[in-house]
Write a protein that binds this ligand. Structure first.
Ligand code: ZN
Length: 530
């Protein structure tokens, strides 16, 4: 009874407080939507701070899923009847008890709905824009669509409203642990379909979540692949504070000593990470903008005030008349209606307030405007490693964590490169068998993959994919060898370090083939269990 009385008292107090706030926000001061339409047709206003809303969803193909697989991971050395450069392999034998795995589970539960509903919402209002980055997800979704949806998406891409010109890699790779060849490969693999289907080539880098940034990323994987700008969100906290204070969060990065100026790229560190300010995270129920004048909690004044304050904070930390706010976060937009309806309202009301000018935008447009302002930027050389998110919070453990997965991914990449070389040398046309390994090697470069920051079950899933890919690559290799006269099949012996290799331990006679992929003589020792 006592508890019930106390609750009633609190409820009364809350109603009184709510009434007081509502009274301060006069609904009659705002123009409401006409015929159900919010005015979202904002253009650039040279007299104001322009706030570009960048609608996006950060979709990691792996983070923290419950995966029902049992994997035996055995570290091994040596590879028999394979290639000399593939020694020190990690091998897996797998019993797959589940039906969903990391990347697939995310796709089934979230990502397909993100793309489904984003397309619907873009069609609903021609001012809206949305960017999608991770090609491993997008391309799967694309191949599932019928001709009608594909035609709609092509039109949206042509109009620049479905923006696929950002990053476009198979995944958003880690920058500390992958080999540069794997980074180039997975980026090129993602870009391939974009050129074939849409005739576009990505022009903006978007490495928002990797834990620090390498000079290789700035030089080879940004300027080197033709990006006009690179944006990211994780740099050392002291560096961040200093740059924010000095309006240096956007700058020129000249990461390569040897390439000098020709390696430089316009670079931006995102203010307050890659998610929107808390109140404007429209993926959260409770953050809706309430503009029904019949209700007591009409909150347009408060919403507009808070948004303008945040925009002005960004403006004070930036040079020029343009800032952007990332409107999206991890796996957001599976209910795109929720996001876009509230962003429509935001644009409609904030532009009536007129202190700042807010619009739907994209990073290419933002970058062009920023460059056109003729501002002077500071120059950063070297890299952004290691990353510290706070005092005593150095993200350097991942350089060496999950060493077996790191090694296995390296070996898988080497195998893929070598089978590809043989394909090229012998003019074989069986390369479709390599797709599986290409995808697995591309995916594992992810910033929650090769880095080792994923859960064990997800790491197991990566190993499984690599193993499946290697088996198919072996088939491909044998087809090539058959063409050049080798009639008996060869096998990679992935568990040779534990003396497990049926071919050499159970046969008196066997043949070893060693392939030197280097353009020079190489002397190396091969270990074979007998
Ligand atoms: Zn991420």
């Amino acid at each position: 009874m006592r508890t019930r009385t106390a609750l009633a008292a609190v409820a009364t107090a809350a109603a009184l407080v709510g009434g007081a706030v509502d009274a301060a926000c006069d609904p009659s001061k705002w123009k409401l939507p006409v015929d159900g339409h919010y005015d979202t047709a904002a253009k650039i206003d040279s007299q104001k701070l322009n706030v570009h809303l960048i609608a996006h969803s950060h979709d990691d193909p792996c983070v923290s899923v419950c995966l029902q697989v049992v994997v035996d991971v055995i570290t091994c050395m040596g590879i028999l009847m394979g290639y000399v450069s593939c020694c020190w392999v990690t091998c897996v034998s797998v019993t797959h008890r589940g039906w969903l795995v990391g990347v697939d589970q995310y796709y089934m539960e979230r990502v397909q709905y993100i793309l489904d509903t984003a397309v619907e919402e873009l069609v609903r209002n021609p001012d809206r824009q949305f960017m999608f980055v991770e090609q491993s997800f997008f391309q799967r979704w694309w191949h599932e669509q019928g001709s009608e949806v594909q035609a709609t998406v092509k039109q949206l891409v042509k109009e620049g409203r479905m923006d696929l010109t950002v990053n476009g890699g198979w995944c958003m790779h880690d920058e500390a642990t992958p080999h540069y060849i794997a980074m180039v490969d997975q980026t090129a693999y993602g870009h391939k379909l974009l050129m074939e289907e849409f005739g576009i080539s990505p022009r903006i880098g978007w490495q928002i979540d990797p834990f620090g940034h390498s000079a290789t990323q700035g030089s080879l994987l940004s300027q080197g692949v033709g990006f006009d700008a690179l944006y990211f969100a994780r740099i050392d906290y002291q560096d961040y504070d200093q740059r924010k204070k000095n309006k240096d969060l956007e700058f020129i990065w000249r990461p390569s000593k040897s390439r000098g100026k020709s390696s430089e790229v316009f670079t931006g560190e995102i203010i307050d990470n890659y998610c929107p300010p808390g109140k404007f995270d429209f993926g959260n129920i409770g953050n809706e903008i309430q503009d029904d004048t019949e209700l007591h909690d009409f909150d347009v004044c408060d919403e507009v005030d808070q948004f303008v304050q945040n925009a002005q904070m960004r403006g004070s930390a930036s040079k020029g008349n343009h800032v952007f706010i990332p409107m999206g976060c991890d796996f957001q937009y599976d209910n795109s209606r929720h996001w876009f309806k509230n962003m429509d309202k935001l644009i409609h009301y904030v532009n009536q307030d007129a202190r700042v000018n807010v619009l739907y935008s994209n990073l290419s447009y933002y970058t062009d405007l920023k460059k056109a302002e003729g501002l002077t930027w500071s120059v950063k050389t070297d890299d952004f490693m290691p990353y510290a998110s706070g005092k005593h919070e150095y993200w350097s453990g991942f350089f060496t964590s999950r060493p077996t997965l790191k090694r296995f991914a390296r070996v898988a990449n080497v195998l893929m490169q070598q089978v590809r070389q043989l394909n090229s040398v012998y003019q074989s046309h069986h390369s479709s068998e390599l797709e599986s390994l290409q995808r697995a090697v591309g995916l594992v470069q992810h910033h929650d993959g090769l880095s080792g920051t994923e859960k064990q079950s997800v790491a197991d899933d990566y190993a499984l994919r690599l193993n499946d890919g290697i088996i198919k690559a072996e088939k491909e290799m044998n087809e090539i060898l058959f063409v050049i006269g080798e009639k008996e099949p060869y096998h990679f012996c992935l568990m040779a370090n534990t003396s497990v290799c049926d071919v050499s331990t159970q046969n008196d006679d066997f043949e070893v083939m060693v392939h030197n992929a280097l353009p020079r003589t190489s002397v190396q020792t091969i270990s074979i269990p007998i």
